[in-house]
Ligand binder design. Structure first.
Ligand code: GDP
Ligand code: MG
Length: 303
């Protein structure tokens, strides 16, 4: 093992839609985390792994820390906080176009007692017209919370200053092992990534007609018995209401067909093989508030 090798874990936090996934993808130059114009696409942790000759950074894209509205929210919160204690660095990403608000105060309250260093990352600066107003807004953050190690202004979308931030992040790494092989960019199970890809297609194609509270699980993934180069995948899309099921299926099944076609294309790229994708839509009223369902959907991994 190289004695000079450095490694560490970096948690990314921030409200939904601030650009956490976009940042991760910009750094990793690959689609690891799922991006969509709707809030809260990333519900589980997705690790992106950045490896060079001299260092390895394992990014943890934590679900947004925000005021819980239901059981799922509370669960996400606990999970995120437990993670934050263990990492080497926290990146708190905020949206430069949004004013300091009570949501931010809530996050600050949670971060207050943590010993982990925190970098404030002000994202989407490509959208900022009034720089003066932005600095005044950021001042509110830094006045309310004195413990930021550094502040960076970036655009995760255009890549402005992201290399600089990456260099800064490397200062927080310690000598340590290479936790993952160099060619691995994510340790997330393929099934989960596939489910998220399908979920992304549903959200994008149905636009605002179904809530982002839908869930997708891949309940079967098996190589075809006759054609070993073909993967048979079956996924279930959970919705809360019959009306949402109707939208996802569409008239004469047109929508579900489109979702399947679009999702299949990306799954083929991910797996590098032929794919047969079967999609089902199930109505499970109020699934967010049912513990058993959460467990079945894989949300019981929290310590
Ligand atoms: P997340 O919920 O925090 O993971 O946010 P996403 O990465 O999914 O981004 C939410 C939306 O903001 C997407 O439409 C992104 O394209 C957009 N976005 C992210 N970063 C930037 C940025 O630096 N500039 C601009 N203009 N848009 C961004
Ligand atoms: Mg995300």
């Amino acid at each position: 093992m190289n004695e000079k090798f450095k490694s560490g874990f970096v948690a990314i936090i921030g409200r939904p839609n601030v650009g956490k996934s976009t940042f991760l993808n910009q750094i990793l130059k690959q689609k690891v985390s799922i991006i969509s114009p709707k809030p809260q696409t990333t519900r589980n942790q997705v690790r992106g792994i950045y490896t060079t000759e001299t260092e390895q950074i394992i990014f943890i894209d934590t679900p947004g820390i925000h005021k819980p509205k239901h059981q799922l929210g509370e669960f996400m919160n606990k999970e995120a906080l437990a993670t934050l204690k263990d990492v080497d660095l926290i990146l708190w990403i905020i949206d430069a176009t949004m004013d300091f608000g009570t949501g931010d105060e809530f996050v600050i309250k949670q971060l207050k007692d943590l010993k982990t260093p925190i970098i404030l990352v002000v994202n989407k600066i490509d959208l900022v017209k009034n720089k003066q107003k932005l600095f005044e807004n950021i001042l509110q953050f830094t006045e309310s919370f004195k413990n930021f190690s550094e502040v960076y202004y970036i655009s995760a979308l255009t890549g402005e200053n992201t290399e600089k931030l990456l260099t800064a992040i490397k200062n927080y790494l310690d000598y340590g092992p290479m936790y993952y092989p160099t060619d691995q960019v994510s340790d997330y199970p393929e099934k989960f990534i596939i489910a998220e890809l399908i979920r992304e297609k549903v959200l994008l194609l149905t636009r605002d007609e179904v809530p982002h509270s839908i869930a997708v699980i891949v309940d079967e993934m098996t190589p075809d018995s006759e054609n070993p180069n073909l993967m048979n995948i079956r996924a279930i899309i959970f919705v809360e209401r019959q009306s949402q099921k109707k939208i996802i299926i569409g008239s004469k099944g047109e929508m579900i067909k489109k979702i399947g076609t679009e999702a299949r294309k990306e799954i083929v790229m991910l797996l590098g093989q032929k794919v047969f994708l079967e999609l089902w839509v199930k109505v499970e009223p109020d699934w967010r508030n049912k513990q058993a369902q959460l467990r079945r959907l894989g949300y019981d991994l929290v310590k």
